[in-house]
Design a protein around this ligand. Structure first.
Ligand SMILES: Cc1cc2nc3c(=O)[nH]c(=O)nc-3n(C[C@H](O)[C@H](O)[C@H](O)COP(=O)(O)OP(=O)(O)OC[C@H]3O[C@@H](n4cnc5c(N)ncnc54)[C@H](O)[C@@H]3O)c2cc1C
Length: 435
């Protein structure tokens, strides 16, 4: 029997962990997974909060997330998964308006009545429209303006696009927008409204189960291990040390992959294509408090002067008994990773954001805060513009034996742990078919 082939998986997020799970189940492979940070989980990683774990950035599942739901079942974690009632509001014109049901939309006073009706028809159309191909080259801004009108754009949709994509908001493809509306509209169970999934113990229970299973299947896991170079001779430099592999799967951001490649003329065009995919960073402030602020799980902050996109009361989704009786909150924004706000020291960022929170909730009192944490990720969301389909890199790269599987290949859906699992499974199958 020939020696098992050496697989190097770069990245310990859900894509890398799932690929490791599938490949290490095959005796033909010996798998090493390397992760540059000190923990596994990637963008869905958690931190200890009281006696449990909470995601550094807000996370939940939709009923339509079938790839991760199948994996959760396979890992025996279904009993940890709870389905909770979601509640959504929009902060606009100085108050929070409920924004969950068709009736809420009809009552949404910041938008003209005709705008509300047009928005309702547009949402219904997008929910039932299955063919998104015609949307790829149209911007969400243009399509939605034609469908819903100026008043709905100003009060509902443009602030959301700006919050998610910053200065790129007017380039975003309608195909991406279609997928967002389509998924959310279909994540409803009968007449019960939207249900969102969460794990007792946080998403960390999935990360931990994956880690335990892949270790048991013989995977070597190295954290604080950064891949610095990948060569055409099937070698990689990890923390200054060269190792050889038969196959490598890189799961980090596309421009970061371009930086690892050898510099030569034959790779110039490929590297330029990878670099053409732009990313925004994300900053999330998490705090716990004795104070309960509002009645909603999720509040989109749609005022033009708002310094953040979303305010989330996590303990309106999941009981605060899981967090020692404290209310748990997130404030989140997508930011240019080289911009001023992203670089603000934690205390200054908290000061700016808490000042705005006080505008939203005059009773908010920072003296009630028990814990505060700020987390930043430099590559949190890629810009899905109208030329995006041509930018999507192949799984197979020009380097022999080297594959790429990351969330920039997911289209038109928004990235998410569900699609990370799907991509991890896809890349493992592709690699197995290659040898
Ligand atoms: C604010 C926010 C909210 C979100 N909310 C949700 C949600 O509600 N539900 C949901 O399902 N998803 C959500 N997501 C998305 C979800 O977290 C991601 O889609 C998913 O975790 C991506 O997994 P991944 O493995 O593809 O990538 P990542 O998680 O980015 O993992 C890639 C890993 O590769 C490592 N790496 C990169 N380069 C190197 C290198 N050179 N050497 C070694 N390691 C390297 C990185 O450190 C990272 O850990 C959210 C994301 C954000 C930012």
């Amino acid at each position: 029997m020939s020696a098992p082939k050496k697989i190097l998986i770069v990245g310990g997020g859900f894509t890398g962990l799932t690929a490791a799970l599938r490949l290490s189940a095959d005796k033909n492979y010996s798998v090493t997974l390397v992760e540059s940070s000190d923990q596994l989980g990637g963008l869905a990683a958690g931190f200890p909060l009281g006696s449990t774990s909470l995601e550094k950035t807000y996370h939940h599942l939709f009923l339509t997330d079938t790839s991760i739901l199948d994996l959760v079942k396979e890992l025996g974690l279904l009993e940890k998964l709870i389905w909770c009632d979601s509640s959504v509001g929009i902060f606009r014109d100085g108050k929070i308006h409920a924004f969950k049901t068709p009736l809420d939309l009809l009552k949404f006073s910041p938008c003209s009545f005709i705008g509300r009706l047009r928005t309702g028809f547009a949402a219904l159309y997008l929910k039932h429209q299955k063919n998104w191909r015609g949307f790829t080259r149209v911007t969400a801004l243009d399509w939605m303006t034609r469908a819903c009108g100026a008043s709905a754009m100003a009060s509902i949709w443009t602030p959301l696009l700006k919050g998610k994509f910053d200065r790129h908001f007017d380039k975003v493809s309608m195909a991406w927008f279609w997928a967002r509306i389509h998924t959310r509209a279909n994540s409803r169970s009968g007449g019960d409204g939207e249900k969102l999934g969460y794990f007792r113990g946080g998403f960390n229970v999935v990360t931990t189960a994956l880690e335990e299973k892949i270790r048991a299947q013989g995977v070597t896991i190295l954290t604080r291990a950064t891949v610095e170079k990948i060569s055409a001779e099937r070698t990689a430099v990890i923390n200054g040390e060269t190792i050889s592999f038969d196959f490598c799967v890189f799961t980090g951001p596309s421009p970061a992959f371009a930086k690892l490649l050898p510099i030569n003329d034959s790779l110039n065009d490929y590297a330029a294509k990878l670099r053409s995919i732009e990313y925004l960073g994300a900053a999330c402030l998490v705090f716990t408090s004795d104070q309960s602020l509002g009645d909603f799980y999720w509040v989109n902050v749609n005022e033009p002067d708002a310094p953040f996109l979303v305010f989330i009361q996590h303990t309106h989704l999941v009981s605060k008994e899981n967090y020692g009786g404290k209310n748990v909150y997130y404030i989140g924004a997508y930011l240019a990773p080289d911009g001023k706000t992203y670089a603000l020291p934690d205390d200054e960022l908290a000061q700016v954001w808490f000042a705005y929170l006080k505008k939203m909730f005059p009773a908010f009192d920072a003296a009630h805060i028990c814990e505060r944490h700020i987390f930043r990720f430099r590559a949190a969301q890629h810009i899905v513009d109208t030329a995006y389909e041509e930018k999507i890199p192949d799984y197979q790269t020009p380097l022999p034996g080297v594959f790429l599987a990351n969330f920039s290949q997911i289209f038109p859906e928004d990235r998410g742990t569900n699609f990370a699992v799907r991509e991890g499974e896809k890349i493992a199958a592709l690699l197995q078919s290659a040898g």
